[in-house]
Design a protein around this ligand. Structure first.
Ligand code: SF4
Length: 370
């Protein structure tokens, strides 16, 4: 294991934010023969129905390929939870970060939800501790509490609404039209983008994704000049200066769809580079360029790859199958309260005809799924 540490933004209940440190332990690369043997063994066992593997687009390419080859799925966070809920398997192995396993458990309480590494977390989740968040909400009782999917079950339990980027704009517009002011958490960049688009009165929690926060507007502008015909694809967790240069602003699913269906030959992509694996598979003839970050002189977190997503490994999946490693447990009252804000979102999107698939982009022009 290689241990790395990172700074991330953490807000306190009274509103001030500070920088805190977190760590991630990255698995050692496997020798080619061991890797192939593991892939063969895991494919066989997953195909036999022992469990289903559900992987996020940002995980290692081997895990994504294993999920698809064994009847699982590779997707964004909401589709991962929906797939797990609707799949007949009673054991779900969620390759991603902690809040994704928790969301799967919230929607599938009767199933066993396992994760290759329970310590794989997210700076948005870490930066929004449930107790501080609850006190912050208590200080603003006049606001509807709307949280992004990248939060713990305990934070969702305190929220009125959970949203993904596929439905954030219509839900916030709906709340604004009903005369509500909003308390938004945890991503400050996504919150600012939604506030700009809707004109809603939004009080923003000051969290950030350590991967997307590193993309740089000035360097992106220079790169655009070198590739004038390239289409620029940006995830809305990126800073405002980066979003301003985008041809397409959207989630993982939306950016993937833009590459697959786009007529351009070259794409500059500002999101975790784990998504490139699926982009290359689905659009093999196209040229993909990573958007610039703080550069080689900066810390490892500027590598455009989430260190916590990188904690997921084939060895971890084997541990799940052999030993039931990484089981998600939630207090029932927390789970039930968290389910409330997710169900509210699902009911709204069903009524409004919004789906979380990339195909929903027509409803929310610049944003796709979570
Ligand atoms: S890429 Fe960012 S938002 Fe996604 S899990 Fe990692 S830290 Fe969280």
């Amino acid at each position: 294991m290689t241990r790395v540490s990172f700074d991330y933004l953490r807000q306190r209940a009274e509103g001030a934010s500070c920088v805190a440190q977190a760590w991630a332990e990255l698995p050692e690369p496997l020798a080619p023969a061991r890797r192939q043997a593991l892939l063969d063994q895991l494919t066989r066992r997953l195909k036999s129905g022992e469990a289903v593997l559900i992987a996020h687009y940002y995980t290692d390419g081997d895990l994504q390929d294993l999920a698809l080859a064994s009847g699982g799925c590779v997707s964004d966070s909401l589709e991962m939870a929906r797939f797990g809920r609707d799949h007949p398997a009673q054991t779900l192995i969620v390759a991603g970060v902690r809040f994704m396993g928790e969301t799967a458990k919230i929607l599938s309480p009767g199933k066993r939800v396992l994760m290759p590494d329970l310590d794989a977390t997210c700076s948005l989740d870490l930066g929004c501790p449930a107790e501080d968040f609850a006190r912050f909400c208590d200080e603003h009782p006049d606001r509807q509490v709307v949280v992004y999917a990248n939060t713990s079950a305990a934070v969702k339990a305190r929220a009125d609404w959970m949203v993904t980027s596929s439905c954030a704009l219509p839900i916030v517009r709906h709340l604004k039209d009903a005369g509500h002011k909003i308390l938004w958490a945890p991503d400050k960049h996504l919150g600012r983008y939604i506030a700009d688009e809707t004109g809603a009165d939004m009080l923003l929690w000051q969290g950030a994704c350590i991967v997307h926060d590193e993309f740089k507007g000035v360097e992106l502008e220079l790169l655009k000049r070198e590739h004038p015909d390239a289409m620029v694809l940006v995830h809305p967790e990126s800073p405002e200066a980066v979003v301003a240069l985008a041809d397409v602003v959207g989630s993982t699913s939306r950016l993937l769809k833009a590459v697959v269906e786009g007529t351009a030959q070259t794409y500059i992509v500002a999101t975790d580079n784990g998504l490139m694996h699926r982009m290359r598979q689905l659009a093999p003839g196209k040229t993909l360029i990573e958007a610039p970050t703080a550069g080689s002189s900066a810390t490892c977190k500027s590598c455009a790859h989430c260190p916590w997503m990188a904690m997921n490994s084939l060895q971890g999946v084997l541990q799940c199958l052999d030993h039931g490693r990484g089981e998600i447990h939630l207090e029932e009252d927390v789970r039930a309260k968290a389910l409330g804000c997710i169900e509210r979102m699902l009911e709204f999107t069903a009524r409004a005809g919004v789906t979380s698939s990339a195909g929903s982009a027509g409803f929310v022009p610049k944003i796709g799924a979570a």
